[in-house]
Ligand binder design. Structure first.
Ligand code: MN
Length: 507
């Protein structure tokens, strides 16, 4: 633990909106950038790199909107060593520029068709220009990890002379290892101004290298939410923050309990799903399959969890199947606030195993239904489907109308969507929107048998406030199977919310 706490507060520059947006296929509009920027600001990052001002008119409008929003964080634009880039950044009202100059001979000669001396001259000239116009300047070496380190130091020193406020070291193609990073930063942290570490994850080393740099005196880490970014991505905010917090016991000042919510927001807006096994924010990071581990978890959750899921705003999930044992079913029931006697528990386990033996995973809604039956809980569903009609085709906008009974009252609604399933689900969500704000977070279809008459199984993950559950629907009609799954999910979420309220009143 030597070193890391000697340098005061660690700062975070989040570049989800710049380097993260450079992920192939990702493009964020102004509203999306604003929503993510607000999330980052309330999470507590110090600097938000909102984009590259010279990219396009739309990008400039977005950056300006973020800059004018009155956030606490410093708002930054990426710029090249060109005065024209500084002018466009100034027009966006940003506080600072991330002024990036290539520093490896490979980049200077092959990409820039320039030479070392000219690069320094340009960096100095543009730094002075930016400082004259009142900007905070973070002078950044691109491909610094493959550069001649003596040359890099001479460029940094010239930049500091010219007024640069901070420096940044980019491991542009992710080739650092922690030992080398430590050595490099032991030297660079002596230059007299704060220096940032900017890591890419080509070898899966981005988090480790970022931590190594911080330990050796880096003052600021460049990160992105979910680790998104070009190729294999950037150092991930959630991994760097939680490593510092949980493994190094450093108070980062980041609101960790909001991490998951922001991760979901970024995933939705970028259209980039998380790998289930992604650290901290992946679906499986706090999910346990029934088995011997659940027995340990039941005794003490620390047995198989390095941190409490609540630390990052998540909930533990127990997935049941044919391996389900007494302990796992009991734990899953407990997560839903249900208690069963020994005898009832044995019955529930038998039914769960029966379902598992048919090759089925057991959804939260399945377990609830089984538990309701065994515990003889009579529950009238709050939302009942009366009618659904869907129109789709090559020349019509997919449209659905639904008639439902909501708490006994008739509701008629219509919705459109990108396809008939989307339209039907949108119509249902609109019909219940007065009483419940339910989000569909994941949707997954399996064809159980072959052919166009296949039986399909639809799995949905639905969320309301910070609760998330899974539900399932099956049948030969994909639209009806989807509607069934969504209604199951809605009914369960509404029931759980009601039970929460009842519990609060009792206290
Ligand atoms: Mn980068």
């Amino acid at each position: 633990m030597r070193g890391i706490d000697l340098f005061g507060k660690i700062r975070f520059l989040d570049t989800t909106l710049r380097d993260g947006e450079q992920t192939p296929g990702v493009s964020l509009c102004m509203d999306e950038k604003l929503a993510i920027a607000q999330g980052l600001d309330s999470l507590g990052v110090d600097v938000i790199e909102a984009g590259s001002a010279m990219t396009s008119e739309g990008e400039r409008l977005s950056i300006k909107a973020v800059a004018d929003f009155g956030l606490k964080a410093e708002i930054c634009s990426y710029v090249r060593a060109l005065t024209a880039d500084i002018d466009t950044a100034l027009a966006c009202d940003v506080d600072s520029v991330h002024l990036v100059v290539p520093v490896s001979d490979l980049h200077i000669e092959c990409k820039l068709k320039s030479d070392r001396k000219s690069v320094i001259n340009k960096a100095v000239q543009v730094t002075e220009y930016a400082k004259d116009h009142g900007l905070i300047v973070e002078l950044s070496g691109e491909d610094a990890s493959r550069a001649d380190q003596d040359y890099l130091v001479s460029l940094y020193k010239a930049g500091i002379e010219a007024g640069a406020d901070r420096l940044a070291f980019c491991d542009t193609v992710g080739v650092l290892v922690p030992e080398v990073t430590g050595d490099i930063f032991s030297r660079l942290s002596q230059l007299g101004v704060p220096i940032s570490i900017h890591c890419h994850n080509d070898f899966g080393m981005a988090t480790a290298n970022t931590i190594a740099a911080l330990r050796a005196g880096a003052a600021q880490a460049h990160v992105t939410v979910n680790g998104i970014g070009e190729r294999a991505g950037n150092a991930s905010l959630e991994e760097v923050v939680m490593t510092l917090e949980s493994l190094y016991k450093i108070n980062t000042g980041i609101k960790c309990q909001d991490i998951y919510q922001l991760s979901r927001l970024v995933s939705r807006m970028t259209g980039l799903p998380m790998a289930p096994n992604k650290s901290i924010v992946g679906e499986n990071a706090f999910t346990h399959e029934a088995g011997i581990h659940v027995h340990g978890l039941l005794a003490d959750t620390r047995t198989y969890e390095p941190i409490h899921p609540e630390t990052v705003g998540r909930k533990r999930r127990i997935v049941l199947g044919k391996h389900a044992g007494r302990a796992s079913v009991e734990l899953a029931l407990r997560e839903f606030g249900l208690l069963a006697t020994e005898q009832q528990l044995a019955q529930i386990v038998t039914r769960v195993k029966e379902l598992g033996d048919k090759g089925k995973r057991v959804s939260d809604a399945d377990l609830q239904t089984i538990a309701d039956t065994v515990l003889s809980i009579q529950v009238e569903p709050k939302v009942k489907l009366q009618e659904v009609t869907v129109v789709a085709g090559n020349t019509v906008t997919p449209t659905a109308s639904v008639k439902i009974l909501l708490n006994g009252a008739m509701k008629l609604e219509a919705g459109t969507g990108v396809g008939p399933v989307d339209a039907a689900i949108n119509a249902i969500r609109r019909a219940i929107s007065d009483v419940a704000d339910v989000r569909l977070e994941e949707y997954h279809v399996d064809a159980i048998t072959g052919g166009t008459n296949a039986l399909v199984e639809v799995w949905v993950t639905m969320a309301m406030a910070d609760r998330k559950i899974t539900a399932r629907g099956a049948g030969a009609d994909i639209i009806m199977a989807s509607v069934e799954a969504v209604l199951e999910g809605i009914n369960r979420l509404m029931r759980l919310e009601e039970e929460d309220k009842a519990r609060c009143l009792k206290r």
